[in-house]
Write a protein that binds this ligand. Structure first.
Ligand code: CXF
Ligand code: ZN
Length: 377
């Protein structure tokens, strides 16, 4: 590539400070250093976590940053020591790394690699080091990925090489939401054939969880939301029963218990709200019910210990429990083999320049996923 080894000037959406719209800026992207890969981002989904600049209490320490973490692109150039990637490879940047060397990567029990940004900067959501500058200032790399940029630089332990036949404007969704929900059902809950499930919250993550329950062979999948407009989509992904929590005066766990002969075998919470986490736990059956927290929050929650003493298991899931570098190419293949759906998540298509419109849609729950085209292929 003519650009290899040189600084690239390109467009990116920069969050300069909390509570201000993103600004499309020309930024400089330095060449990849040892073990790094510079990627031309072709497409990116807009995930709820990309509302980072609007989150309450976001610390100034996390700004300025280039947002976006659900993207797909093509390798532009590689730094010293990179043998696994070549210019032209199709890739998905990963917000959790897989170094294959730490105690977590070596264990089959977890995907929580300790080498990535998340180990020490999860609160700020952006590592201190980055290859971005803008107007003479260092700009941080959100979630170690920054896919709202025409180019980004990622360590090779956080990049997945995918099938060259994969359409990047679809498989970008495997960079976060779809793997997160699907894997929570399949890998973390370990939904069983013939079982009964409930999924709370029907955004992209919840819908992907519904799809995972169906893939695992669940016979009853109860989709729960406060917005009945979401039910039609949930049906497409395999939901069999629907509960609008606003329609009921009794506690929702009771409604679900009545529909499932005493509680579901598996419940998945995909809202990030602590009261819903509690309801999801209460909605699963004593003896063996498993409830998985998928939504993100860091505030205190509560539940009655008797819920667990009675034999339920309460778990959490990050990126659907997928070891990122192994799991993402497998999910891309599953999409190409028509075993998982992606197209049905995409409700809007826009360009990077319209990123603030896409963020507004997400903020008001008016989309499942907007995919932004970033660079031409
Ligand atoms: C995120 C939520 C915040 C922590 C890292 C994972 N999930 C996707 O947006
Ligand atoms: Zn996300």
């Amino acid at each position: 590539m003519a650009t290899a080894g040189k600084i690239i000037k390109c467009k990116a959406a920069v969050a300069w400070e909390p509570n201000k719209p993103l600004v499309i800026e020309e930024i400089e992207v330095a060449p990849p250093q040892a073990n790094e890969v510079r990627i031309k981002i072709v497409a990116t989904g807009v995930c709820h976590t990309d509302l980072y600049h609007l989150f309450e209490g976001m610390h100034e320490d996390g700004f300025p940053a280039v947002l976006g973490h659900e993207g797909a692109g093509i390798v532009e150039s590689v730094g010293p020591g990179v043998t696994e990637f070549q210019p032209g490879d199709k890739v998905i940047p990963l917000f959790i790394s897989q170094c294959n060397d730490c105690q977590y990567c070596k264990s089959p029990k977890t995907n929580q690699c300790e080498k990535g940004w998340a180990s020490d900067r999860l609160g700020e959501m952006a590592p201190l080091d980055s290859r971005f500058t803008c107007k003479g200032k260092k700009v941080l790399q959100f979630m170690g990925t920054s896919t709202f940029s025409e180019y980004t630089v990622v360590n090779q332990m956080a990049v997945a090489k995918i099938d060259p036949a994969a359409p990047l404007e679809k498989v970008c969704l495997l960079g976060c939401g779809v793997c997160t929900g699907y894997g929570a059902a399949v890998n973390t809950a370990k939904v069983e054939p013939g079982s009964t499930c409930a999924v709370f919250g029907l955004g992209a993550v919840g819908l992907a969880a519904v799809m995972g329950c169906q893939a695992a062979g669940a016979k009853k999948i109860i989709a729960v939301d406060i917005n009945p407009d979401k039910f039609e989509k949930a049906k497409v992904f395999g939901a069999t029963d629907f509960v609008n929590s606003k329609d009921h005066s009794k506690p929702i766990n009771q409604v679900i218990a009545e529909m499932s002969n005493g509680g579901v075998d598996f419940s998945l919470e995909c809202t990030g709200k602590v009261d819903v986490m509690r309801s999801a736990l209460e909605a699963c059956r004593k003896g063996w019910g498993v409830s998985v927290i998928v939504g993100w929050t860091d505030v205190d929650f509560s539940a009655r210990p008797i819920q667990l003493i009675s034999g339920k298991t309460w778990k959490g899931s990050l990126f659907g429990g997928f070891k990122s570098k192994d799991g993402v190419p497998q999910m891309v293949k599953a999409y190409l083999d028509k075993k998982v759906k992606l197209d049905e998540f995409i409700t809007h298509k826009m360009t990077l320049a319209q990123v603030n419109d896409a963020i507004e849609l997400m903020k008001h729950g008016q989309c499942i996923r907007t995919v932004l085209s970033v660079s031409p292929q």
